[in-house]
Design a protein around this ligand. Sequence first.
Ligand code: ADP
Ligand code: MG
Length: 626
Amino acid sequence: MTRFLWLLARNQLALMGGIVLVLVVLVCVLVPVLPLRPPDVTNTADRFLAPFSDGHLLGTDHLGRDLLSRLLWGTRLSLAVGFVAAIAAATLGSAIGIVAGYFGGRTDNIIMRGVDMLMAFPYILLALAIVAALGPGLLNALIAVAAVNIPFFARNIRGITVGIAHKEFVDAARLAGKGHLAILTTEILPNVIPVIVIAMSTTIGWMILETAGLSFLGLGSQPPQADLGSMLGEARAALITNPHTSVVPGVMIFVIVISINLLGDGVRDALDPRLRSGALSRPRPATNVRRESVPQGPGEGVLDIRELETQFHVGKRIYRAVNRVSLTIAPGECLGLIGESGSGKSVTALSVMGLVASPPGVITGGAAFHEGRDLIGAPYRDLRRLRGDRVAYIFQDPLSTLHPLIRVGEQLAEAIRVHHKVPRAELRRRAVELLGAVRIPNAESRVDSYPHEMSGGMRQRVAIAMALANEPEVIIADEPTTALDVTVQAQVLSLLDDLRRERGVAILFITHDFGVVAQMCDRVAVMYGGRIVEEAATADILNAPAHPYTKRLMDCVPELGGGRRKLDAIPGLPPAVDKLPPGCAFAPRCDKVREACRAAPVAMTRAGGRAVRCLYPETDIAKDPA
Ligand code: ADP
Ligand code: MG
């Protein structure tokens, strides 16, 4: 809630609208106790007094009634009617929408066709017809305005509910034995309330206008009662001779509607869950870079990450997600990057191509050399040219990386077309070829499949094919098999391994599974709390891990034929990267920790191609390099 208010307050226009609205509402609430003249007392001697005349701050109308008093009483009435109409329309409309969306099928059909019928009439005509049937009067105008707005809410909320009603958490609630009413109120309603509030905040202004419109036509409030619409209606005859009688209520309507709409837009922006994660600012196309020192190139291998430092600046907090990480990948090599969830692996991978969302992400130091060029801070145009062409990514969840509405062949073709001009027929041939390369059977017919027609393993193959599409030098695979079951995982891994050997692509393979590393990687870097804590050839690490963290990680992996060894879990949790300890980040969970570990940052010790960041390693890498 405080976060919502904070977001709202950051939006200056919304804040202004909110302040004006609060002032207007406050005045309206205080009207009965303010020293105003009675609004309905006529005094024909004082007709059409100009504003600022004696005793009448805003002048008088055609019957000599005090305009200020009528304005405030009228505003009070108009606001009340508008709000009540909006709440009535929102409540009824949303209830209809939720029921229709949740039950679906025939219920949905009957309800929504009824709503469609209401929607088929022009708004104002429908309102007029309702008032004509019920008779003029403010209450009837309110009913009419609420009624014509019900379909708007019903349609909106039904759409949202249909999307939610088939989500897993609703099924789970059903399996837990919850009844329809309980599911509707505890599972569905909380999820649609933000949408209801948004829809309401953007329509209240409109409903106030509609009520004013009906009053203007003489169908709403009846004389001598004042509301903004009827004041305008009565002033119409004197529009030219005494414009102030129209201007006074006109300006008030304008101010109210504008301030409600500004506030409504702000509420929508602050409540919309899609806007919330980005704190209302669209991420930039490339991560912000603010480096103090820049390592000098040209770097080694196809990709040389040096002293990379990526942070998230959220409010006053600084999350050091990646802390001076250095990694080098040779052509055709597979480097494993392993660590628990949250250790900074993905952020490292994304930083290379400037893909970390900014804000809040900032690259504060280091470099990433690709063929001698530093990618960090490279102009966006250059980055775009390299993304997906020279350096490609494979992500964890193949369903969310593929577009659900486009055939996979088209998507493969698109990946190529972004970077190269290739004729249509050729594109299709290439797509088939790529699907064949990732061992999809019947590639010829599969190019025309949609992602949902494929299994998880096949979708991940398509994602790999997409990464291969432009024959990149480097593929960054971020937990590409985590979402797959074990047999499919084995197939995908052997596929990646074959591709690497056939095509000589270098792979940065991110995982949290030592079993996968053993199968895939030539070298491994172990990451913890945003830092590399150990790096060595795969065989060396598997034979003799040096860092206690590496050892503990390996103890978590079951060994086939490994006898009755107890599987270990590492006690405690990975550190929060905004509150890292001054010394070794693993110290709080380490069973070999000593005083010195906690005192100061631990430097990397290097020997014989191995490196470890530990004062008391499990294996002395200097003595026992292999
Ligand atoms: P993993 O090793 O599981 O891939 P990540 O690289 O995704 O871990 O995350 C590293 C750290 O960065 C985590 O501690 C995470 O909390 C933090 N982090 C990631 N994205 C953000 C963000 N947008 N704002 C703040 N912290 C973030
Ligand atoms: Mg990750």
